[in-house]
Ligand binder design. Sequence first.
Ligand SMILES: C[C@@](CO)(OP(=O)(O)O)[C@H](O)COP(=O)(O)OP(=O)(O)OC[C@H]1O[C@@H](n2ccc(N)nc2=O)[C@H](O)[C@@H]1O
Ligand SMILES: Nc1ncnc2c1ncn2[C@@H]1O[C@H](COP(=O)(O)OP(=O)(O)O)[C@@H](O)[C@H]1O
Length: 286
Amino acid sequence: MRLRALAKINLGLDILGKREDGYHEVRMIMQTIQMYDVLEIKKKKAPGISLSVNYPYIPCDERNLVYKAAKLLMDEFQVKGGVTIRLEKFIPVAAGMAGGSSDAAATLVGINRLFKLGLSERELMDRAVKIGADVPYCIMRGTALAEGIGEKLTGITQVPECFVLIGKPGINVSTRAAYESLNLSGIQNHPDIDGMIQDIQNGDLQGMTAKMGNVFEPGIIGQYPVIQEIKDLMESHGALKAMMSGSGPTVFGIFDSQEKMDAAAKILRESNLAKTVFGTRVFNRI
Ligand SMILES: C[C@@](CO)(OP(=O)(O)O)[C@H](O)COP(=O)(O)OP(=O)(O)OC[C@H]1O[C@@H](n2ccc(N)nc2=O)[C@H](O)[C@@H]1O
Ligand SMILES: Nc1ncnc2c1ncn2[C@@H]1O[C@H](COP(=O)(O)OP(=O)(O)O)[C@@H](O)[C@H]1O
């Protein structure tokens, strides 16, 4: 069984406060994009999970979210036999694009189908949050408002047609460290998430991009100025708006034409500011 695990960007990311368990209350607009890892899942006779990944520095044991996801369902349903999983990564790692979360989501969907466990999407999403706050969204996909710690999801109309340029500098940011270094009372500009939803519903791309904001940006850009340089390059070469995704460091630019995006991609590649440059589109839930 072959599955695609799609990446996400955060069109808007606001943080409202910190909970007693250390997690943060968020309000985010999530968007799936057509950039993905590929998973090949097969049954095997012998029990256990055999995982292999195309990068040597990514763990293949319990530390991998794919392994955790497979184990969670296989233990609960006492599955006889085991699985062999091959993961081919294309989504940049520790990038703010939910690569690992999406791999875990695809694994839950795959194991459910392969062993005919009969779980509904809702039932899979309830289990997904045990693996990570973004994993339920990665099962749902499309355009959504995410609240709570990211697991309370409300679908939104698809965004107006646009093109998305990804630029990831050659640094990695830990999500946990980004949340820990956040100064909640010092947040100056909270993005207008409700206004963005209105604009999306009205098909107003200009309005939506004008309201985009991510409260992680000031802190992370303070540590890594290259993020600002990539944003500036995209915005001076045709992006309606360029912003950091999630806890960073990936920057995405929103364009209203493929030609403009391709031209900006060429300049970004030549600049050597970004290690990964990839032009793509949004993915819509049918
Ligand atoms: C920031 C966001 C925005 O979409 O994405 P990324 O930058 O990771 O892609 C998410 O909130 C990341 O969600 P996810 O990556 O699933 O988080 P988890 O694995 O559950 O948690 C990683 C760490 O982040 C912190 N965390 C996560 C989510 C949340 N609402 N509050 C938190 O404080 C927790 O302290 C935890 O130790
Ligand atoms: N399937 C996976 N793909 C990538 N990284 C994984 C995976 N499982 C666990 N990890 C670990 O999680 C960390 C961050 O993963 P990733 O999901 O790519 O970040 P982000 O949430 O910022 O998009 C990495 O340092 C990696 O070691």
